[in-house]
Write a protein that binds this ligand. Structure first.
Ligand code: SAH
Length: 354
């Protein structure tokens, strides 16, 4: 499978993934006045038009031409769950080719956050993750990632102020579209979400972390570490066979140096595997002297997997041990415990029932 190939129906132009400057070029090549580009961009991103027909200040001939040559992604709601416990809402969206992706809306006191998927499926193969079970189906376009945010704003009638690229997929395995998404979702004329309120999580594709640093975005990089030593990490994450922890942390340090943005380390707490005091001490030695943050996530049990989550007591002890050594740590609040909250579980269920 060609991972770089992005599919739009009938090979049409994915106009909602284009920057304003690119739409201008497209129109000028078609002999249309440049100001039409601004109007189209506004229809797509500010007015969130679902079709070219709605773009009523464009001449009918241009609307027709756009409908023939360009495409706007449309997400249908395949499943929608609302947690009674904490207001988390989970969405399974259907795409034009029948693929299902998952997105989550999380209301917080400081603003609403959305977790988006960057790929249909994933080829990274982390053993504790449900998203990778069926492998990678395809990359999402920037517009399909953006549509998750726009659709959720429309359905919930809530404004989204934070985005985490932590849904299904490895964002740095779909680098160009994810960077495009970040630029569009943070453009004041489009998504309008500050880059400082955007996090991208990676399992640790080292060369791509360096490429991301070159983009000089003000986003937070989150690194899925999950183990403080290579041997253990290799039993959990195939990517650990490609890059050592030392190489991976060095790339994160370069990211910090290039952007000034503190890196977050994610650590899924698995009972008896990586949650012992000894493991905490190893993690402390590993991260010593770094300006960073550790996000502890009691692992979500996945039906197909055998990992068990750490107890509340063990999780707390682990966190306190880190903090006593001067390492910032939080335990991620268990969002939506009463719905299919583990990564990729709702997507799998919707697919199974289809
Ligand atoms: N591919 C990216 C982003 C997607 S997953 C990455 O690997 O970072 C977002 C986070 O959830 C990652 O830290 C991932 O390791 C973690 N995760 C996956 N499955 C999980 C599970 N069952 N329980 C807890 N965390 C999980």
């Amino acid at each position: 499978m060609d991972n770089e190939k992005i599919l739009t129906p009938a090979g049409k132009t994915d106009i909602a993934s284009l920057y304003l400057s690119e739409i201008k070029e497209l129109l000028s090549a078609a002999g249309e006045p440049a100001y039409r580009a601004g109007q189209i961009y506004q229809w797509i991103h500010e007015k969130r038009a679902a079709s070219f027909d709605e773009m009523t200040n464009l001449p009918a001939s241009l609307r027709r031409k756009l409908a023939e040559t360009a495409w706007l992604p449309e997400l249908t709601v395949a499943a929608h769950q609302i947690s009674k416990a904490d207001g988390t809402q989970k969405f399974a969206f259907g795409m034009h080719d029948g693929q299902i992706i998952e997105s989550v809306f999380m209301p917080y006191k400081h603003g609403n956050s959305v977790c988006v998927s960057s790929q249909a499926g994933c080829r990274m193969g982390c053993h504790f993750c449900a998203s990778t079970i069926g492998g990678l189906i395809r990359n999402l376009t920037a517009s399909e990632i953006l549509s998750q945010v726009y659709s959720i704003e429309r359905i919930t009638k809530e404004r989204v102020s934070n985005v985490v690229v932590m849904g299904t997929g490895e964002p740095l395995d779909n680098f160009d579209q994810v960077v495009r998404f970040i630029r569009l979702v943070s453009d004041t004329g489009a998504g309008g979400i500050s880059q400082r309120s955007i996090s991208v999580s990676t399992c640790g594709l080292v060369p791509m972390i360096d490429r991301l640093a070159e983009e000089k975005l003000q986003i937070t990089l989150a690194l899925s570490l999950h183990a403080p030593e290579d041997a253990l990490r290799r039993t959990m994450m195939p990517v650990a066979n490609r890059y050592t922890i030392e190489e991976t942390l060095a790339a994160c340090d370069r990211y910090f140096d290039a952007t000034g943005r503190r890196v977050s380390y994610e650590y899924a707490l698995i009972a008896g595997v990586n949650d012992t005091p000894e493991m905490a001490d190893r993690l402390i030695r590993l991260l010593a002297g770094r300006n960073c943050h550790v996000n502890l996530i009691p692992v979500n049990p996945v039906r197909e997997r055998s990992y068990r989550r750490s107890s509340r007591v063990h999780s707390e002890e682990f966190k306190i041990r880190l903090e006593k050594s001067g390492i910032n740590a939080t335990i991620r609040r268990g969002m939506g415990a009463d719905i299919d909250s583990a990564c990729g579980q709702l997507r799998r269920r919707v697919q199974e029932n289809a």
